[in-house]
Design a binder for this molecule. Structure first.
Ligand SMILES: [Zn+2]
Length: 228
């Protein structure tokens, strides 16, 4: 089990808990109001219990923010919720698939899993998630991988879910509610933002100069559009 402290901005410390197998990455933000970005896909959270306990130091989770509806990002949400509490948030356009426990568009059926219905508070473009002591994450709606995919920006970090990855990677757009043109517009939007670090839903995070990685993602996506 590996977890890495990536960046500190104000009171906000980003801990990355690497995904295993199909599971996406989990980020635990140690702020005044502790916040989880994505929950991975584990039936229980025993695999990272020690780390989470060490970071939370007896506090409860206040927010569980899900970047999009796919099971490898949301499958562990109810375990974290049951163990540590925390209001669960997702973009309005993906929220209903989670509140209703839609096994198809969440990829549960496709990947041989099951997601239960969960209580979700809806977020929209420009919403701010307060982490206390002046720290916050801002919601950037980035449809394309799914219609309700979102990225979060705050404290110099971009949490990009499955929209972009390190080294110019981009999310797939061929799954239910995915759309190439929307993904391209979303990556264009991200390329205009200022951030230092990138925390994607799969693979390694990038520390410093992360805008260059998103620039590469945009270049790759445009090339695919031209020749694909
Ligand atoms: Zn996904």
């Amino acid at each position: 089990m590996k977890y890495i402290l990536y960046s500190i901005s104000g009171a906000m410390k980003v801990h990355a808990i690497e995904g295993r197998g199909f599971s996406g990455n989990i980020f635990l933000i140690d702020a005044k109001k502790p916040c989880l970005v994505d929950s991975g896909w584990e039936p229980d959270i025993s695999f990272c219990a020690e780390q989470v306990k060490e970071i939370l130091r007896g506090r409860r989770l206040e927010r569980i923010v899900l970047t999009h509806r796919h099971i490898d990002h949301v499958g562990g949400a109810m375990s974290f919720y049951g163990e540590y509490g925390g209001e669960i948030f997702a973009h309005a356009d993906d929220a209903e698939s989670l509140t209703s426990g839609d096994q198809e568009s969440t990829g549960a059926t496709l990947f041989g899993g099951r997601i239960g219905p969960m209580p979700v508070t809806k977020l929209r473009e420009g919403d701010s998630i307060d982490l206390g002591e002046g720290d916050s994450l801002k919601v950037i709606h980035t449809p394309g991988h799914t219609v309700g995919s979102m990225c979060l920006i705050g404290g110099g970090s971009l949490f990009s879910g499955d929209t972009v990855f390190a080294d110019g990677g981009v999310g797939r757009w061929d799954l239910e509610t995915g759309n190439y043109d929307q993904l391209l517009a979303s990556v264009e939007k991200l390329s205009g933002l200022e951030f230092e670090d990138l925390h994607p839903g799969h693979g390694p995070s990038v520390k410093g100069n992360a805008g260059a990685h998103v620039g590469l993602s945009l270049k790759h996506l445009r090339l695919i559009g031209r020749y694909g």
